[in-house]
Design a protein around this ligand. Sequence first.
Ligand code: SF4
Length: 466
Amino acid sequence: MRYFLDPFGCAKNQVDAENMMACLDNAGWTAAADAEEADLIIVNSCGFIESAKQESINAVLLWRRRWPGKKILLAGCLSYRYADELAGSLPEADVIFGGADPAGIVDAAARCCGLTAARGKTAAGAASARPLLSPPGSAYVKISEGCDNRCSFCAIPLIRGRLRSRPIGDILEECRGLLLRGVKELCVIGQDIGSFGTDGSGGPAAGAAASRLPALLEAIASLEGRFWVRLLYIHPDHFPSGILDIMERDGRFLPYFDIPFQHASPKILSAMNRRRGAESCLALLETIRGRLSAAVIRSTFLLGFPGETDEDFALLLDFQEKTRADWLGCFTYSREEGTAAYAMKGQVSKKIALERKRIIEERQVSITGRNMDRFVGKTLDVLLEEQFENPAETEGAGTFDGGESLWLGRLYCQAPEVDGAAVIVCAEPELRGGTVSKLRPGAWASGKITARRGLDLELRLAETGY
Ligand code: SF4
């Protein structure tokens, strides 16, 4: 039997999708390249905010319209959060999986396709052996599930439950296995990796525990070889400064910091149940940049939170100027039942929230542009992802004659799927010299950054394949 998985949502949900694929593969299913070839279509949904929920439901409706006869299974966060409601209201999906344990997918798939064989749970096997949906050479390593922070706007604790950190030994085995498979970049993820180990797993008692993220990085540092470790989603309230020591000592731990600040107004931050204030966040950035001059900052702002006034917004604009984040993601508040903010007074209209988001995003383009200019002239390593078919038709990639090949890749300052990219130009001499033959997706290369093109950086190849 063949399945096709349509992934939605965040990197954490992607790892679940990869684990579900591993379970199905181990139970004798085969992954189909597209839905046409598949017996079963699995929509791995997101249930975080309204727009994401709608996107996942639309996917089920679309697949049903396109393939009336095929079996469709809804998995992922939406199916956890609304299993009962959806069972009655989404007949287009034959089965609502609703199970948080990826191994349960085999039984659900069998039920969906009326199979009697292959029932029961089939394990994913070694985490490092799972299919990877990330760009070539990169893999997400999910170190914990759930969250204890209870930000008042966030439904994730309702969906994914309390924080559960994985044992450091398991994570280390996964990293070792992924590196042996040729993975070059390990993206460490969780809902809030700064809280890793504070649930007491693999260390002192729950709650009182300090973050064990530095201890985890120390363990990963014991692995041999050349690789990148990128840290994503560190809640500012739990920033473990011990990671800076490791980054100063070991360049494989990228000075890339994804710290969602969400807002700057003391009134709004307190209503969001977030403790670290704007001044303290700015001091944190100063410490980071003071200790790691190559530091790159990504953050997230939430606009339109209940009670947000023009004055609160003005504080956020001022904070945006002062943080000078390299990358910034903006979201508008989504009123989610079951969250503390749902019942709050002063709900802000979507129109105002979207307008504030537009203003922030517009201002961020020049901030990011200025920040990326600092890389022009530098020679940096790049992780190759794909070759462009026809460079001449590649938008925003400057002028090219027929004698060049063009690749897409990422530098340490560019996280997968959310930041700008590196556009790598291989001129004729390199083509003739055979250098290009060493170029392949997931391989290292290095090049001199010659220009910024919008939010992307253009490189001229210097070295490859090491
Ligand atoms: S840190 Fe806050 S926003 Fe992030 S998952 Fe936890 S509760 Fe949600």
